[in-house]
Design a binder for this molecule. Structure first.
Ligand SMILES: [Mg+2]
Length: 371
């Protein structure tokens, strides 16, 4: 039986954040998301989304829409169950623009799991009983504000805080983390993300100065292209180094792990071009004994639901940064993951991702239809 793609809708939209989200490359006030709906000839549709960060993806929201149309034209008429073929077509047409390929791939996986009537995690051979808790991210601000936010989020019960750093003067970041550790107390899990904001010496100084602060890992201390420097930092650092901006593809993971640049990998569907490549990436890390995190850009609960289904398929994904929907002023998603009081998350047993956009919300935005 053939399940032909008959129509692809591309809908660029915006959701205001509760407060600006600030990382070392600047503040963000809105999540600029490109939603994708893929329809097939039996009346089913699948939904995906992406949230391109220009500084990380070299892909703007406008770029994702333009590339999406190009990809959609090539996919009309193709059998949606041919996931490898679909991914090959997308990769050959547009080697860059991982975000929009991820959105289409997510919709394709949603459809494939719906076709067999299974929740996505089961389609991916995942473990229904895997316990997953989200962290909460603290924006890069002045020391007092970051301490205040850390105390507030510890009180809310988040089991781990991810502290955004990357101050050009890394000594300021050491002061921030020292003050946060003092405020939240010993034993409370903290991890760091410098978003490539330090230089080599700044990273060495900061990481060694924070040796006694009981930090689980630090993402992206320096610019992603500087592999030799990152390797040298990792050899000195008392804190494990997690690759994020430096690891998009399975090949990146292989290279960074085997060069000795990183201890852990942060997997994001929006970097790997979707679930198909993320499955390979997780396998590369697992075979090297490298533990992983899954993380987000500024997706809604739809994209994060897909990410949770994906994580359920892998034991060595032990860190979860699933907080982007919690920062949004509006939740346009029906179904999908639930955040529980202890910040564990669960997904439904509905077929596919189990989440879709409220059509009333989508109708507010201009959409492009490819048939
Ligand atoms: Mg990061």
């Amino acid at each position: 039986m053939n399940f032909k793609i008959t129509k692809i809708e591309i809908i660029p939209l915006q959701i205001e954040l509760n407060e600006p989200f600030i990382i070392s490359i600047g503040p963000m006030t809105h999540a600029r998301i490109t939603a994708v709906k893929v329809h097939i000839n039996n009346g089913l549709f699948g939904t995906g989304e992406c949230c391109p960060y220009r500084t990380i993806h070299t892909e703007s929201q406008e770029g994702s829409v333009e590339s999406g149309q190009h990809l959609a034209k090539a996919l009309i008429g193709k059998d949606v169950t041919q996931i490898m073929r679909i991914n090959k077509i997308m990769q050959q047409l547009i080697p860059e623009h991982a975000s929009i390929k991820a959105a289409i791939d997510m919709a394709v996986y949603d459809l494939n799991a719906k076709i067999v009537g299974q929740p996505l995690y089961r389609y991916l051979h995942g473990d229904r009983d895997k316990r997953i808790y989200t962290d909460m991210t603290i924006s890069l601000m002045d020391l007092e504000s970051m301490v205040e936010k850390s105390i507030e989020n510890k009180k809310k019960g988040f089991p781990v805080l991810k502290i955004k750093l990357g101050d050009p003067d890394s000594a300021n970041d050491v002061d921030r983390v020292t003050a946060i550790r003092q405020a939240v107390g010993d034993g409370y899990p903290l991890c760091l993300d410098a978003n490539q904001g330090w230089d080599y010496q700044g990273a060495v100084n900061a990481l060694t100065a924070m040796a006694s602060l009981d930090i689980s890992h630090c993402e992206a201390p320096i610019f992603s292209g500087k592999h030799d420097e990152l390797k040298a930092i990792r050899e000195i650092s008392p804190i494990p180094i997690m690759g994020d901006e430096s690891v998009f593809s399975p090949e990146d993971a292989h290279q960074m792990i085997h060069k000795g640049c990183i201890d852990q990998v942060n997997i994001k569907l929006g970097k790997s071009s979707g679930i198909y490549q993320a499955m390979k990436l997780a396998s590369v890390a697992e075979s090297a004994g490298v533990e992983c995190q899954v993380g987000c850009f500024s997706e809604t609960r739809l994209g994060i639901s897909a990410l949770v289904h994906y994580s359920m398929a892998w034991d060595h994904i032990i860190h979860h940064d699933l907080d982007s929907p919690l920062m949004q002023s509006e939740d346009p998603i029906l179904g999908g993951l639930t955040y529980h009081d202890d910040w564990s998350v669960s997904v439904s047993e509905e077929p596919g991702i189990g989440a879709s956009y409220d059509q009333n919300f989508l109708d507010k935005w201009d959409k492009i239809e490819i048939t």
